[in-house]
Design a protein around this ligand. Structure first.
Ligand SMILES: Nc1ncnc2c1ncn2[C@@H]1O[C@H](COP(=O)(O)OP(=O)(O)OP(=O)(O)O)[C@@H](O)[C@H]1O
Ligand SMILES: [Mg+2]
Length: 281
């Protein structure tokens, strides 16, 4: 992994103005650096702002405050994969049309033999049989739809892939398959991956660094094993304590920690150990 910075979020906010007495601070003064070639996990409970971060990085939303600063090589090509590909994929397009669509939008000659070959190669790499090329999304399983969404995103050779809970709609065994597929593809193509998930156990095996979000802010960010081994923030500890352990004896002794998310968050991130940042008051 080279350590060059791809993208820096500097005090980035996304405040949704609902009416004069209500503004939702979906993301609030978030600082985050994404390095070229890394796999960065982002976790947090529903509503903490993960998808809003994804949308700002993909350019769908402009931050209402703060800025996105690009590294030396400028603005990366970004692709976004959604949780629910049933909703994200056009139900009337065949798998082949779906995979080729980003190229068509770019005005490329998507009927050329070279592009057809590349599509066949990608379908094979993501584990989609050739005979599925003519099928509609509704004729596929959830796992196959996610594979099609992954092939589609890779067709335009993204430098940054943002996967927004790509496995949340799948059952456990399919989840593991899609995670290992994304891991293999990331190694093969060396794109940068921002992997968003609800819970920590999912990102452990894929991400090198992990950030924990709460109420639009990061509360902790560290190399993944460091975060699991030495969690500092009480919210991170609570999330970790909620992960089931496959040992019934230990499971019985284990205490699930509580964290009251209504309490105010600290104002600053402090570097407790090299690369390990924790929100403190
Ligand atoms: N377009 C919008 N208009 C108003 N409020 C929004 C909008 N998009 C998101 N929000 C609100 O912003 C907050 C963060 O939403 P976001 O979808 O980013 O959370 P999330 O962490 O992705 O949640 P989940 O795990 O459920 O996907 C929520 O309170 C949500 O209701
Ligand atoms: Mg979301």
């Amino acid at each position: 992994m080279d350590n060059a910075i791809m993208l820096e979020l500097r005090k980035v906010s996304q405040h949704f103005y609902i009416h004069k007495n209500l503004t939702v601070k979906a993301v609030d003064e978030l600082d985050l650096t994404i390095r070229r070639g890394e796999v960065l996990g982002l976790v947090g409970e529903s509503g903490c702002g993960k998808s809003t971060v994804a949308r700002m990085i993909a350019g769908i939303y402009q931050p209402t405050a703060g800025e996105l600063v690009f590294g030396g090589r400028g603005k990366p090509r970004v692709q976004l994969i959604f949780q629910d590909s049933a909703a994200a994929l056009n139900p009337r397009m065949s798998v082949a049309e779906i995979i080729l669509e980003p190229l068509r939008i770019q005005g490329q000659d998507y009927k050329s033999p070279a592009i057809r070959r590349r599509m066949a190669e990608l379908m094979e790499q993501v584990g989609l049989a050739e005979r599925l090329a003519g099928k509609l999304p509704g004729e596929l399983s959830g796992g196959q739809r996610q594979r099609a969404a992954i092939a589609r995103s890779l067709m335009v050779q993204p430098e940054l892939l943002v996967a927004d809970e790509p496995i949340a709609s799948l059952d456990i065994s399919r989840q593991a398959q899609i995670i290992s597929l994304m891991q293999r593809l990331q190694k093969a193509y060396n794109f940068t991956l921002l992997f968003i998930a609800h819970d920590l156990s999912v990102v452990r095996y894929i991400s090198q660094r992990t950030g924990v979000m709460l109420k639009g802010k990061l509360v902790e960010l560290a190399p993944t094993e460091e975060l699991f081994g030495h969690p500092e923030h009480p919210y991170t500890k609570a999330l970790l304590s909620a992960i089931p352990v496959p040992d019934p004896l230990y499971e019985r002794q284990k205490q699930i920690l509580d964290y009251d998310t209504r309490q105010p968050l600290g104002r600053e991130m402090c570097e407790k150990r090299p690369g390990h940042f924790v929100r403190v008051s």
